[in-house]
Design a protein around this ligand. Structure first.
Ligand code: PLP
Length: 184
């Protein structure tokens, strides 16, 4: 038998002493574990640990940390698209019985998502005029969990961004989350 196919397992090379200015591109679906016990306890590695390629690689964590620094934020979670990020932000905070206040100028797929998908879970959406901060404040009630802003609104609404930021601290005091989307 003459087997021409050779299988070369990716060798481990030394990385000690190597430091580059650019971030390395790590492509991974599966993460390699040293043994079965390391795999079984992978959940204990926490959000900064590595357990599955889609949850983060050193490449994506580098980008997340840069965005956190630029935005002076607490933590960044990359999503594969803008609408995916919208969905993650909503589903993370909304529960049955909650109300979400959405700017009337929001990106149309956000309206579809709250009117059809999020509504199925017993969450009610109401729309507000982003040029009228007083109108928005009047719509906030005890069930309001999230105020959805866009900066500027998808259909353009000068002034709405500043109004959203100005009033965010008052909402935080009432434990209402505010999402500020950026259509750029
Ligand atoms: C405010 C806003 N959110 C989300 C999106 C969707 O982004 P993506 O096409 O990456 O899902 C857009 C796209 O224009 C947008 O303007």
């Amino acid at each position: 038998m003459n087997d021409l196919t050779q299988c070369v397992v990716t060798p481990k090379v030394k990385t000690d002493g190597f430091e580059a200015l650019g971030a390395a591109v790590h492509r991974a679906s599966t993460i390699v574990f040293a043994d079965a016990a390391a795999y079984a306890t992978r959940g204990q590695r926490g959000p900064d640990g590595y357990s599955y390629g889609l949850y983060g690689t050193p490449t994506t964590r580098t980008l997340e940390q840069k965005i956190t620094q630029l935005e002076q934020g607490h933590r960044t979670l990359l999503a594969p698209s803008g609408q995916a990020a919208n969905a993650i932000a909503m589903l993370a905070v909304l529960n049955a019985g909650d109300k979400v206040l959405v700017a009337d100028t929001a990106y149309p797929p956000v309206r579809d998502f709250v009117n059809t998908d999020v509504a199925k879970f017993g969450v009610r959406a109401e729309y507000y005029d982003p040029t009228s901060p007083e109108g928005l404040e009047r719509r906030i009630d005890g069930n309001t969990k999230l105020v959805w802003c866009e900066s500027p609104g998808d259909h353009g609404s000068p002034g709405s961004a500043a109004d959203c930021r100005d009033r965010a601290s008052a909402r935080r005091a009432r434990r209402i989350r505010q999402h500020l989307g950026d259509p750029s």
